[in-house]
Design a binder for this molecule. Structure first.
Ligand SMILES: [Zn+2]
Ligand SMILES: [Zn+2]
Length: 292
């Protein structure tokens, strides 16, 4: 059982007795990479190429820079660097480096098992988990906005991907999980599902509020909104990644490797509802602030 101090420092500073190694933030794929929150000025940031599969390393960043980017010479106080340390075995054979598949090729977010383990270890140690390390977002060259939000609910880590495309983006597709793809083709919402080697495909003329995978813990939905004169398509993908105890956890294997499990129908929509409730709570709180 690690000491309280050991867990406290798992993500912030390495404890002296064990030998944790420094890991990458999920949005860092090169030495000057990172989302607009974690590395807004594309400064030098910790990056270890051995932690990522070859194909995802040093990919040219397609993220837009923030418009109010200050000149590099301006002397503004810097935010403390956000760092991630892990004490798990640093070999891919142990599964601790296993990654979630990318939901869309333009979204540079690589969550590994050691990230899940890190925040959940903090929770088990009675320390406030540093979820901001895993919360990312940005825009891509294809005009896509993406935001990843992590929450811990009933002892498991849940993740929401919120992606926004405009109608001008044309046909596109995102991979909600190892079994389900969702997108738009010819102006219609398109779903594709692969279960036990069988492939099903169908189209909906309208938006689809919720599509729950029967083979892993993923809920997905697509909503059409009009903002001013622009029609935007909003995709939400909600995942339950498990307790982060061991990379062989069936929930993690289903999310990261698409290993089939049997999800009970009574569980459908659980993650989606959790994030919806959080948004409602935030809106209510904002209303209170305005009333004050
Ligand atoms: Zn980030
Ligand atoms: Zn699935």
């Amino acid at each position: 059982m690690p000491s309280r101090m050991g867990i406290r420092h798992l993500f912030s500073r390495p404890p002296s007795k064990s030998s944790p190694w420094q890991a990458n933030l999920p949005c860092v794929h090169s030495h000057t990479d990172g989302c607009t929150n974690h590395n807004p000025h594309h400064s030098q940031i910790h990056f270890d190429p051995h932690l990522l599969p070859k194909a995802t390393r040093d990919t040219p960043s397609t993220r837009d820079m923030p418009e109010n980017r200050p000149s590099p010479r301006s002397h503004r106080p810097r935010d403390p660097p956000q760092e991630v340390f892990s004490a798990l075995p640093r070999t891919s054979s142990s599964g601790s480096l296993a990654l979630l598949p990318q939901v869309h090729q333009t979204i540079p977010y690589s969550l590994a098992f050691y990230h899940v383990h890190g925040v959940m270890s903090q929770l088990r140690g009675g320390v406030r988990p540093q979820l901001s390390r895993l919360a990312c977002g940005g825009t891509t060259g294809a005009g896509t906005r993406w935001v990843v939000t992590p929450v811990i609910s009933r002892g498991t880590l849940m993740l929401e991907y919120a992606l926004v495309f405009t109608v001008e983006t044309g046909d596109w597709e995102v991979r909600a999980c190892g079994h389900v793809r969702v997108g738009v083709r010819g102006g219609k919402v398109r779903f594709e599902r692969r279960v036990m080697g069988r492939r099903e495909e169908w189209y909906e003329a309208r938006e689809v509020e919720a599509m729950c995978c029967e083979r892993c813990y993923t809920d997905a939905g697509l909503r059409v909104r009009t903002v001013g004169n622009v029609v935007v398509l909003e995709v939400r993908i909600n995942k339950d990644l498990g307790q982060g105890l061991h990379p062989d956890d069936p929930k993690w294997l289903a999310a990261a490797k698409g290993v089939d499990l049997k999800r009970e129908a009574t569980d459908f929509g659980r993650m989606r509802k959790r994030f919806q409730d959080l948004r409602t709570l935030e809106e209510e709180r904002a209303g209170f602030d305005e009333a004050d």
